[in-house]
Design a protein around this ligand. Structure first.
Ligand code: FO1
Length: 341
């Protein structure tokens, strides 16, 4: 007789959570997921991945956060770059450059292109993002109790509005990938727009994973372009507020700067200070309308802001958050679970 599926986990006295749902982006997200598996070896883990980074280039549909998650968990990732395939070759890019066919600023390795060819032809055949991800995962994921789920089957793309004196209104929108990869996140950000988000719905697999979980973990991914879009998809926040699970969030900002990526360039544009405390309160306690968290875990660097977060109605904890190994990540995840119990 298994324990009630929604019984909140209390690892101090009872078995670990049977079902864990994780909200994650790409590079940091995959490191976090390895820690979740190390923390809870027996659990079903459903990883809900951001797809607002997706882009179509050279006629191919590219899903960076999904592919990074699959490659990383399947040991096929270029661990130096944190994205793309290991042992990559670049003949296709060299040929495109020779043809003078743009864009060449987005580096597509030959092995990586095979993934985009598979995805693009399955999309053309009418398969959903969820079906395609499951098909790709059958090659990359050998963990029968781990599922990688796109946040939605609908098309959502993050665009960044930047100042541009040449443009008529003095500003223009660029795709997030152009902002990050070609423009190196340099231009001042006036706004972040997730195109298509207002009509995107969470898949049934995503809402089921969230509502039946014993534990939900919001990973330390970019709050604006990774976690933000997931929370913005219709059905996700209601599922997070309805779930019987504990919902724990983990800061990706330490000492006022993101550990990875460019969140510091984007948070001000949505009116959120670049600090672990501000991000936690931005996600908000479940006791507040729209809030999603039962607890917020920050790094010891930010221990002095535990009180401010707690006064904001969100129980907070400060422990070492660096994901230098799955065991280190598992340690802070378990510390968060025990704190929230
Ligand atoms: N990031 C870069 O900085 N430069 C690239 O040329 C690049 C290519 C690329 C190709 C496929 C892919 O899945 C990811 C790629 N990324 C590249 C990383 C990508 O921009 C990020 O993984 C996310 O979109 C941001 O988290």
């Amino acid at each position: 007789m298994s324990s009630p599926s929604n019984a909140p986990a209390d690892p101090a006295h009872s078995a670990d959570p049977a079902r864990v749902a994780v909200l994650a982006g790409g590079v940091g997200g995959s490191r976090f997921v390895r820690g979740v598996r190390a923390a809870f070896p027996e659990a079903q883990i459903d990883v809900i991945v951001n797809t607002a980074d997706d882009v179509t280039l050279h006629g191919l549909r590219i899903c960076p956060d999904i592919d990074t998650m699959l490659y990383a968990l399947g040991d096929g990732i270029d661990s130096g770059k944190g994205w793309g395939r290991a042992d990559e070759t670049w003949s296709i890019m060299a040929e495109l450059k020779t043809y003078g066919v743009e864009p060449t600023w987005f580096a597509l390795g030959d092995r990586d292109v095979a993934t985009h060819l598979v995805r693009t032809q399955l999309l053309a055949a009418g398969a959903t993002a969820t079906e395609i991800t499951a098909a790709l995962a059958s090659r990359w994921i050998d963990d029968p109790l781990l599922r990688v789920l796109p946040m939605t089957d609908d098309r959502v793309e993050t665009h960044v509005v930047i100042a541009d004196p040449q443009a008529t209104a003095g500003k223009r929108a660029v795709h997030f990938q152009e902002f990050w990869v070609r423009l190196h996140a340099e231009p001042p950000v006036l706004d972040v727009v997730q195109v298509g988000l207002d009509s995107a719905r969470a898949t049934d697999a995503v809402t089921e994973a969230l509502t039946t979980a014993d534990l939900v973990l919001v990973g330390p991914s970019n709050p604006v372009v990774s976690i933000g879009p997931i929370l913005g998809v219709a059905g996700v926040r209601p599922a997070l507020r309805a779930t019987g699970a504990r919902v724990l969030g983990f800061a990706g900002i330490l000492g006022g700067a993101p550990v990875l990526g460019m969140a510091h360039r984007l948070l001000p544009a949505i009116g959120v200070e670049v600090s672990a405390a501000a991000v936690g309160l931005h996600y908000g306690p479940r006791s507040r309308p729209g809030g999603i968290l039962d607890a917020w875990v920050m790094d010891t660097t930010d221990a002095e802001s535990v009180d401010a977060v707690t006064r904001g109605g969100l129980p907070a904890l400060a422990v070492p958050l660096l994901m230098s190994s799955p065991a280190d990540t598992a340690a802070f995840i378990r510390a968060g679970v025990e704190f929230a119990a």
